[in-house]
Design a binder for this molecule. Structure first.
Ligand code: FAD
Ligand code: NAP
Length: 508
């Protein structure tokens, strides 16, 4: 992020888009844009960018872009879809830039060959290479499809019925199937069941033939690596078919090539954690089966001043007991967030105004932290600044309850003042109960009577606190906070001799 000029916040942008001003220079007309035409608009004062086949005039948005004008200019006059996906695929640009829409690209992107198994986004990505690469593209595409076809053989589904129920069975060949790898939603007769396989996923998505009741059950039969989803029929009639396949039905593709899927969740409680941070608990719909893995985040989406706004948040546990076990993902499970309300924050202000019973859209989880990273650690160091503490909550629980070889866990928690320290009492109690846990609080703006550590993240501070308990002990260092804090911390750790594999930085 770069510092934005005053009057260039997201709220200011939303106001401008609602002002009725002609932001495209085309007086509301939509045009077909050729590649040659697109390429001509490659200057700051005349900048068009193509995103997923639609062309936007982003010149008016330049000064409002949180990543800065230079980042936006990288895609000037070209198809910026890949670049966009790399940086913030979750941002709802359709809604944010709708007043900047110039039109569609004249030539449609080449589509993936239709079939039971296809990988459209991989195909489109490869097809955007220059014409001289066409042969290579076809070669890659064929091979990607062969790969997908092979993998699809490993994943399939079936269904059967009784008088009162429909059972959909997903067959996998995946070892260690667990609740976190299965996401099921059934909304308005639309059944969506996703099995996560590393950075890919297998999806069954159908428009059901008849209505079903709201609650569903999901059972993972580990022994035979299958997942059973039981839906209750609304009427006891015989179904001739399960339903109509939807676009991504029966596909195995990269997860990043699927759009984010949202479900509506109800706010059930809101409690104070500190003067500016609250614990929000949302109820998942009865028709959703979802568990957010440790170290992963979700996106929350709400309409603010008539525009959809999306922000990432990391779920926490409702509290920090020693022997906490996450309850099974039964119908109506809750999901908890610790969120700081910024006095001029666009999203958090709107969130704070939600009433109990109000709904918010919540995406499926994302993230690249793997449980296996922590599995064999002997020393775990958690460096958190402010709400960068949130991923550490589940990590602490996982480490202290499931990692048998763990000798030490040190949480080094950076805050401005004492009043900003999240769950301080709970952390101190946990450290008293479990002698492996050590808590190191560091304040950057302490009151005069603070006797603890003072300062900011620095190489000397890290060399004092981050030390292996034995010369050759296996270490994992996790770091999360404001982006510059995380970047600096990673650099200091590397300078101190820790390897890339020993460091995990939480980012979007
Ligand atoms: P914004 O409107 O974005 O502004 C917040 C404050 O920063 C304001 O004071 C604003 O003036 C200032 N600001 C913002 N952008 C700029 C800029 N470019 N230049 C100058 N000033 C600026 N937060 C939590 O509280 N809990 C979590 O669990 C959590 N998890 C996260 C997980 C991930 C992966 C990431 C990337 C972030 C997470 N965050 C979390 C942060 C969260 O996504 C939002 O950024 C945060 O809630 C602020 O949103 P907002 O719209 O209210 O604030
Ligand atoms: P904050 O209260 O502003 O800061 C917490 C501590 O970090 C303070 O001591 C502060 O010192 C210090 N700090 C701030 N910026 C720094 C910098 N550039 N270099 C060194 N130290 C710095 O923090 P916050 O408002 O809670 O913000 C938390 C951040 O964590 C947000 O940016 C959020 O997006 C991020 N976050 C990320 C994830 C994720 O990626 N998974 C999850 C949760 C939160 P000062 O006194 O100097 O300000």
């Amino acid at each position: 992020q770069v510092p934005l000029k005053p009057g260039r916040s997201l709220m200011d942008w939303i106001r401008l888009t609602k002002s009725g001003k002609d932001l495209t220079g085309l007086k509301g007309r939509l045009i077909e844009v050729t590649e040659d035409e697109l390429a001509k608009h490659n200057k700051k004062e005349d900048c068009w960018i193509c995103l997923r086949g639609f062309v936007y005039n982003v010149t008016p948005y330049m000064e409002y872009h949180p990543g800065g004008e230079d980042e936006l200019m990288k895609a000037a006059g070209t198809d910026g879809t890949d670049l966009f996906d790399q940086v913030h695929r979750w941002v709802n640009y359709e809604s944010m830039l709708k007043e900047c829409l110039v039109g569609r690209m004249a030539v449609k992107p080449i589509m993936a060959p239709k079939g039971e198994c296809h990988s459209p986004a991989v195909w489109c990505h490869e097809a955007s290479a220059t014409e001289s690469l066409t042969d290579l593209v076809s070669f890659l595409t064929v091979n990607v499809c062969v790969f997908c076809a092979c993998v699809c053989l490993l994943y399939s589904y079936d269904w059967f019925q009784t008088d009162s129920s429909i059972t959909v069975v997903l067959y996998t060949k995946q070892k260690d199937m667990n609740e976190e790898l299965v996401i099921v939603d059934c909304q308005d007769k639309r059944l969506r069941a996703e099995i996560i396989v590393d950075d890919h996923s297998y999806l069954v998505e159908v428009d059901l033939n008849h209505a079903v009741q709201e609650d569903l059950t999901v059972t993972i039969v580990e022994r035979v690596r299958k997942v059973e989803i039981v839906l209750k029929k609304k009427e006891n009639i015989h179904w001739k078919a399960l339903g109509q396949p939807l676009e991504s039905h029966n596909t195995f593709i990269r997860r990043t090539d699927r759009g984010l899927f949202y479900r509506k969740c109800k706010l059930v409680s809101k409690t104070e954690v500190t003067h500016d941070t609250k614990l929000f608990s949302f109820m998942l719909p009865k028709s959703t089966h979802l568990r957010v893995p440790t170290g992963h985040h979700v996106y929350l989406k709400q309409i603010v001043a008539g525009t959809e706004v999306v922000k990432p948040y990391t779920p926490v546990l409702p509290c920090l007991p020693l022997d906490f076990k996450e309850p099974p993902c039964h119908a109506g499970a809750q999901i908890h967030f610790m969120i700081k309300i910024y006095s001029c924050g666009l999203f958090t202000q709107a969130l704070d105004h939600l009433q109990i019973g109000d709904s918010i859209s919540l995406s499926s989880p994302e993230g690249n932290f793997k449980k296996s990273q922590i599995g064999s650690s002997e020393d775990l160091f958690l460096l958190a600044a402010g709400t960068g503490f949130t991923p550490m909550v589940k990590l602490l629980n996982l480490a202290l309850t499931e990692v048998s070889c763990l000798r030490t866990v040190k949480l080094i928690f950076f805050n401005k003042t004492e009043g900003d320290i999240l769950w301080r009492k709970q952390l101190e109690q946990l450290a008293l109960k479990d002698e492996r846990l050590e808590l190191q609080l560091v304040l950057s703006q302490p009151a005069k009577d603070w006797v603890g550590k003072q300062g900011k993240i620095s190489a000397p501070l890290l060399s004092e606190f981050v030390k292996r308990s034995r010369k050759d002990s296996k270490v994992l260092i996790c770091i999360c906070g404001p982006a510059p804090f995380t970047d600096q911390g990673v650099q200091y750790l590397k300078d101190l001799g820790y390897s890339q594999e020993e460091i995990h930085a939480f980012t979007a």
